[in-house]
Design a protein around this ligand. Structure first.
Ligand code: HEM
Length: 391
């Protein structure tokens, strides 16, 4: 009874609110008290949803009870995934993570700053004089993939094809199966992996696949799976976070001027925006029957970890819905928590910071084009479908 009432309410509220605002749709699940710590929905073959930041954190960190062997909803799609290191639990996961951490350490990412700034300014140059742009198509869709291909030293001409396959893995439109999109990406990266294995190249791909960790290196198959996971995880997240950041700023003159007038640094603004607008919802598979916060979970059940909800939880951040630049930051769940915490968080922060600095320097005032509508999609990554801006 408890479950079915909640699933009906959940689905109808979320569908109604999603048209209006992605985060507002998640906020409908927030509770005034702790009477309903987890809700059940039949959506996506059925799964649980924690309604509190602290429980989401517990799900993400307790890998013995909540395994990453299935992280996609519906669970039946997880079988096709099999990428590294996302679907491996500790202790096997440590080997892959050390390799990634080494490759994506802050020093290597900061060294990319000038290249990222050059990409950002050249994109803005392309439309600034028009007084308007399709922000999604002209900026957000391009910046992260150009940064990524440049770091990996892969040809920019490959952008349209690789983006199509990556998009199909995250929000398929039915034109290709998940398995085919994944295979195409593997076939795409394989020759580059072959060419660079054993080389002393300084690009991110060469460094990643040639790093020796605990006395061993990645096999060819592992190198392909790891490279593709970084590709998938590193592009779409930044694309969509940019959408949410610029949508928020387009609607708030106060916050725009705080950054452009130097009252707050772009770096501080990025932290608060990341805290308030998380976009990733991965899931975990329950490993054993157990009682969890008063709810009976069964081995094999799926539990989602909706980080968007965590960003709006007053029990984690006082007055959580308000965006207050410069406020003291806790350790938000935007980049996950525990063994799988995002290794690309340094890169994401640098991309967002430089995008804000350069944009607001040149376009301090902008708004959403009134002749367009903004809509959202949900999934592993929350999406601003299209954002049109004017200045
Ligand atoms: C704002 C942008 C980003 C957000 C919000 C984000 C968020 C996340 C989250 C929540 C996870 C944890 C998944 C889990 O627990 O299963 C994760 C993992 C991951 N992210 Fe990010 N990410 C972003 C950018 C990036 C970038 C730029 C890269 C790389 C270039 C990247 C690479 C990865 C990888 C490889 C993993 C898997 C780590 C593992 O399984 O150990 N991410 N990300």
């Amino acid at each position: 009874m408890f479950q079915s009432i909640w699933s009906a309410i959940l689905i109808s509220i979320c569908l109604l609110a999603l048209d209006e605002d992605f985060h507002q749709a998640w906020a409908t699940l927030l509770q005034e008290d702790d009477s309903c710590p987890l809700v059940w929905t039949q959506a996506n073959e059925g799964h649980w949803l924690p309604t509190r930041s602290a429980i989401i954190e517990e799900v993400l960190t307790d890998y013995t009870r909540f395994s990453s062997r299935s992280i996609i909803l519906p669970k039946s799609h997880s079988a096709d995934h099999g990428l590294l290191p996302t679907t491996i639990d500790p202790p096997e996961h440590h080997f892959y993570r050390k390799t990634l951490n080494h490759t994506m350490a802050p020093a290597s990412v900061n060294a990319m700053g000038d290249d990222i700034r050059a990409i950002v300014t050249s994109l803005i140059d392309g439309f600034i004089d028009k007084g308007s742009c399709n922000f999604t198509r002209d900026f957000a869709d391009i910046l992260p993939i150009r940064v990524f291909l440049s770091m990996m030293d892969l040809p920019e001409d490959d952008i349209p094809q690789t983006k199509y396959w990556t998009d199909q893995l995250i929000r398929p439109d039915g034109t290709i199966t998940f398995a085919d999109a994944l295979q195409n990406l593997k076939d795409y990266i394989a020759p580059y992996v072959d060419q660079r294995m054993g080389s002393d190249g300084t690009d991110m791909l060469s460094r990643m696949i040639n790093t020796e960790t605990n006395g061993r290196r990645l096999s060819r198959d592992e190198a392909i799976k790891l490279s593709i996971q970084v590709f998938i995880a590193g592009v779409d997240t930044v694309v969509n976070l940019l959408g949410f950041v610029f949508l928020f700023l387009a609607k708030s003159e106060k916050h725009r001027s705080q950054i452009s007038q130097g009252e707050t640094s772009a770096a501080q603004a990025v932290e608060e925006i990341l805290r308030r607008f998380p976009i990733v919802t991965v899931a975990r598979e329950v490993t054993e029957d157990m009682e969890f916060h008063g709810v009976q979970l069964k081995a094999g059940d799926m539990v989602a970890a909706p980080t968007p909800l965590a960003g709006m939880d007053n029990t984690f951040t006082p007055n959580a819905m308000a965006v207050e630049f410069g406020r003291k930051q806790g350790n938000s769940l935007t980049f996950g928590r525990g063994a799988h915490t995002c290794p690309g968080k340094n890169l994401a922060r640098v991309e967002l910071r430089i995008a804000l600095e350069e944009w607001l320097k040149r376009i301090p005032n902008f708004h959403v084009d009134e002749s367009s509508t903004v809509s959202f999609s949900s999934g592993i990554v929350g999406v601003v479908n299209e954002l049109n801006l004017r200045w």
